[in-house]
Design a protein around this ligand. Structure first.
Ligand SMILES: *Cc1c(COP(=O)(O)O)cnc(C)c1O
Length: 395
């Protein structure tokens, strides 16, 4: 097996980094669909288990195809080490809980993906870990929530669905000043448009289900950090609780990474054009797009993101009735709660992804009855514009 590690630019890394080529010299990454591994002798099995000889033991611990995905993601993210998981939520749960114990305290931005919010608000307290949720857009709120036992900060930026932005460097500075760690869920920005570790975050998590697969096929996730933190906090947890990514899904995700820059660039360009069109439309109220100068936090976006977003959030002035009529009239754009897919997708958060929140919590997050989230796919932008225009006429 050979492994290359070089100082490549992202697009090159995404095609080559982490490749483990077997003796057959295969060109496409090999899919190692195996649970176990064979040892030549009892002595070598003993050495492998003692950690005296490198190699694989069992695919709950590690697998060559999963290893390639982890190494390629490390190269892209600039991380020392990573652990891939069966879903984005398995990654978030591990990243948030593994470094904590009963009596610790979490401060998290309240604008979180629904299941992430459940992990900090409902699951963590069952084990004696308290959480305070804040409006993450003002650093003063983070400072005010700090307690002597605060050990972890958790945020998502841009947020789902309203594309609010949190100043990652400012929260990282606060975390460092009290010896806490910052976990960033970087799904919406993608690893290409925002580098949380460079901004000072300690741990980055992804749902690879979204842009990394990018073609709506399989679930996956990953936690990236420094080697010491992963060794001390994740290594045993992964071995003994088994949130492991399937080698088949790792292979799909590796193939997804090869085309990630092309897809994200095309989707971001389409989102920019469509956001500009929607911004001038009489039936549209608020429009939030991180690539526009009128985004409420355009100054922070300039500091920490290199691209707009592949998603747009907007309100139809006619509320739920209008939003539903618009969704139902769309032909190219499909109704779904997923994002980052090759297919353009529309979501009405108040009745789907965010329906479990109280009316109050939804109002705090700026999710109204007319709010829609649009995830741009890879269709021709002219067809998308035409589709959106005809559906708005019926809204
Ligand atoms: C989808 C998503 C998750 C959860 O990922 P799964 O792969 O669906 O488990 C977590 N965070 C964000 C921001 C997401 O968009």
């Amino acid at each position: 097996m050979t492994e290359k590690k070089r100082n490549w630019k992202p697009a090159t890394q995404l095609v080559h980094a982490g490749t483990l080529r077997s003796g057959f010299g295969e060109m496409s990454e090999a899919m190692f669909l195996t649970q176990g591994y064979h040892y030549d002798s009892a002595e070598r099995a003993e050495a492998r288990f003692k950690g005296e000889e490198p190699g694989f033991i069992y695919s709950r611990y590690a697998n060559p195809t999963v290893d390639m995905f982890e190494k390629r993601m490390c190269a892209l993210e600039g991380a020392e080490d990573a652990r891939a998981t069966a879903s984005g939520m398995a990654a978030v749960t591990a990243a948030v809980l593994c470094g904590l114990k009963a009596g610790d305290h979490i401060v998290a931005a309240r604008a979180l993906f629904g299941s992430c919010r459940w992990v900090v608000e409902t699951l963590a307290p069952k084990y004696g870990i308290e959480a305070t949720l804040v409006d993450g857009t003002d650093i003063k709120n983070w400072e005010a929530a700090v307690r002597p036992n605060t050990k972890l900060f958790f945020l998502e930026s841009p947020t789902n669905p309203t594309l609010e932005v949190v100043d990652i460097a400012a929260v990282a500075r606060l975390a460092n000043s009290i010896g806490a760690r910052l976990v960033v869920d970087n799904v919406f920005a993608t690893p290409l448009q925002q580098k949380p570790l460079e901004l000072g975050a300690h741990i980055v998590v992804y749902s690879a289900t979204k842009h990394i697969d990018g073609q709506g096929r399989c679930l996956g996730g990953i936690v990236l950090s420094d080697k010491k933190w992963i060794d001390e906090n994740l290594h045993d947890y992964f071995r003994h609780t088994g949130p492991s990514l399937s080698p088949f899904n790792a292979w799909v995700l590796l193939k997804g990474l090869e085309t990630l820059p092309l897809r994200v660039r095309q989707q971001t360009e389409a989102a920019g054009k469509i956001a500009d069109f929607l911004a001038g439309h009489p039936k549209i109220g608020r429009l939030i797009y991180p690539g526009r100068a009128d985004h409420p936090q355009a100054d922070i976006i300039k500091k920490q993101m290199t691209g707009g977003s592949t998603l747009i959030c907007f309100d139809l002035k006619g509320g739920k009735k209008s939003a539903f009529a618009f969704e139902n009239a769309l032909d190219v754009v499909l109704i779904s709660n997923n994002l980052g897919d090759a297919k353009s997708l529309i979501t009405h958060p108040a009745t789907t992804t965010h329906k479990n929140l109280t009316d109050e919590a939804r109002a705090e997050l700026g999710i109204g009855e007319g709010t829609l989230r649009l995830s741009l796919g890879l269709e021709d932008t002219d067809d998308l514009l035409e589709d959106i225009e005809q559906a708005l006429a019926k809204a």
